[in-house]
Design a protein around this ligand. Structure first.
Ligand SMILES: [Zn+2]
Length: 445
């Protein structure tokens, strides 16, 4: 049996009591956390690999509640373009091949892993290739196929012509994804059904998605009320708000991971809270796009709000800080929009939202060993007073993450990717990105 002992670490558990061990140890046996505590490990040391984690914090791996890892393709192209999403990104996605998505998923996943993200809740095109990449690189992932029955490239012209056959083929790919990957590798890869958004999936198709989810006993992942265009589309087609559409189709509920929910009414907020739907709050992207949901009302109503990075930049540390700053600016109190609050909304709370709360999200005996080591010796994390969570959340950078473990296996060790050739991933990522961009520009002329 493989046994790894972390010693002399500042252990931040994110358990229900937020236990911290100032000079702690944690023992990993095979894929699980066997035990942890304060001081010196007094158990049997035969055959044990010791990691001296002095000068480091040991935290649960970050659970990123909403990603399109291949979408890191668009970094540097969209951030300063107010019409970038519909006008540029969605048409350019039409140029992606399966092989491109595989290469770009490796690139985005490596960015996530380098930042200490151990689980991604992922939805994108060509999900079989996304799942293949995430499986190979060794991250934990919940994968959904992007299902639409419109031409997403035509949305910039407000053209919502439905194509039922296209919708069926994406749903078929989601079924193949579930049959191939759900529960794979010790349950490291699981799947959901991914109706893309309330405006890009007709009610008929959404109901079929619900049937498939029920048949395979998996949850759902979607985008909700992310633009005024979406709200207007739902109103003119069905006379419903996006959240009412979720209720009508059967998507609303504890089984749904719902990204954004920016343009919602007070009655929508009540529906989200009462149904136990999980709101995936992608704070850095919201700040960039100058869009924000009414989170003060949502927190007050008891909506389950968890953090995701979405795409372009997968930096959970910046995301927590945007989460604090933007929520406070929108009237959320300091205790709710706090360092501890955002850390929990990036670890144990999204784990529970995904139905994985008994397996990951905190450092506790019998959970899967998904964790990260953070270098505390830099000037940005010095001095450290009585509450290290505050110091870390306000000051840690993804470059401070030195080691990452998923399922008891080091995926990153001394800042180096252990599972694949990182230089090749970067080389291929850059090459593929330039090719896709070139094809997109050529198609415009
Ligand atoms: Zn998204």
């Amino acid at each position: 049996m493989s046994r790894t002992l972390f010693e002399n670490a500042l252990v931040i558990t994110a358990d229900d009591r937020n236990t911290i061990y100032r000079s702690g140890w944690l023992l990993v046996e095979e894929d699980r956390i066997a035990s942890l505590g304060e001081g010196r490990f007094e158990g049997d040391r035969t055959g044990i690999t010791v990691v001296d984690a002095a000068g480091h914090a040991l935290l649960p791996g970050i659970v990123d509640a909403h990603t399109h890892v291949a979408g890191s393709l668009f970094k540097g192209l969209l951030e300063d373009d107010p019409n970038g999403f519909y006008g540029f990104a969605l048409p350019m996605e039409g140029q992606l091949t399966r092989e491109d998505v595989y290469r770009l998923s490796l690139l985005g996943a490596w960015e996530c892993m380098q930042a200490g993200i151990t689980t991604v809740n992922e939805i994108y095109h060509y999900s079989l290739q996304v799942a293949q990449a995430l499986d190979e690189i060794g991250i934990r992932a919940v994968v959904s196929q992007n299902i639409v029955d419109v031409d997403i490239g035509a949305l910039r012209y407000n053209d919502y012509t439905r194509d039922a056959a296209k919708g069926e083929s994406f749903l078929e790919e989601n079924i193949r994804l579930i049959e191939t990957y759900h529960g794979k590798d010790n349950g490291r890869i699981t799947c959901r059904v991914g109706p893309h958004a309330t405006d890009t999936v007709s009610m008929e198709l959404a109901k079929k998605c619900v049937e498939v989810g029920q048949r395979y006993q998996v949850g759902f992942h979607t985008h909700v009320a992310q633009s005024r265009r979406e709200v207007a589309q739902l109103k003119s087609s069905y006379g419903l708000t996006p959240v009412e559409y979720l209720r009508e189709t059967g998507l609303l509920g504890d089984h749904l991971m719902a990204a954004h929910c920016i343009y919602v009414t007070p009655s929508d907020i009540r529906l989200l809270a009462e149904s136990g739907t999980h709101l995936l709050h992608c704070t850095e992207g919201l700040g960039r796009d100058a869009d924000f949901p009414p989170t003060r009302e949502m927190f007050d109503a008891g909506v389950d709000i968890v953090l995701g990075t979405d795409w372009l930049t997968m930096d959970p540390w910046a995301n927590m800080r945007f989460g604090i700053a933007l929520n406070r600016q929108h009237g959320v109190d300091h205790a709710t929009a706090s360092a501890l609050g955002m850390l929990r909304r990036s670890t144990i709370q999204p784990a529970r939202a995904l139905g994985l709360g008994d397996r990951i999200g905190s450092l506790e005996p019998n959970k899967q060993a998904d964790l990260l080591l953070l270098d505390l010796t830099g000037p940005n994390l010095t001095p450290m007073f009585h509450d290290p969570v505050v110091t870390i959340v306000y000051n840690a950078c993804r470059g401070d993450v030195t080691d990452v473990m998923v399922d008891g296996r080091f995926t990153v060790r001394h800042r180096r990717l252990q599972t694949m050739d990182a230089a090749e991933i970067l080389h291929q990522g850059q090459k593929v990105a330039m090719e896709v961009y070139g094809r997109h520009l050529a198609a415009l002329h």
